[in-house]
Design a protein around this ligand. Structure first.
Ligand SMILES: [Zn+2]
Length: 70
């Protein structure tokens, strides 16, 4: 989980919002297996898409060890 430099846009197709968070594409693909992303490297998410990711991620992690996303 990392902060994002200014001027970086959300990596989600069709989204022009500025990115607030970055994470590995692997993590994102766990939450959204159908996302059209190249594996490896990092993905940048805007506030809205990061929220969506967090929601899905929590569902996945519910039955695994607790994992904090802050
Ligand atoms: Zn976005």
């Amino acid at each position: 989980m990392g902060k994002v430099k200014k001027g970086v846009k959300c990596s989600i197709e069709g989204c022009e919002e500025k990115a607030v968070r970055s994470l590995s594409t692997e993590m994102y693909l766990k939450a959204f297996p159908n996302a059209k992303l190249a594996k490896g490297g990092r993905i940048y998410l805007c506030r809205k898409h990061y929220k969506e990711f967090k929601r899905e991620w929590r569902k996945i992690k519910k039955y695994e060890q607790p994992w904090r996303l802050t």
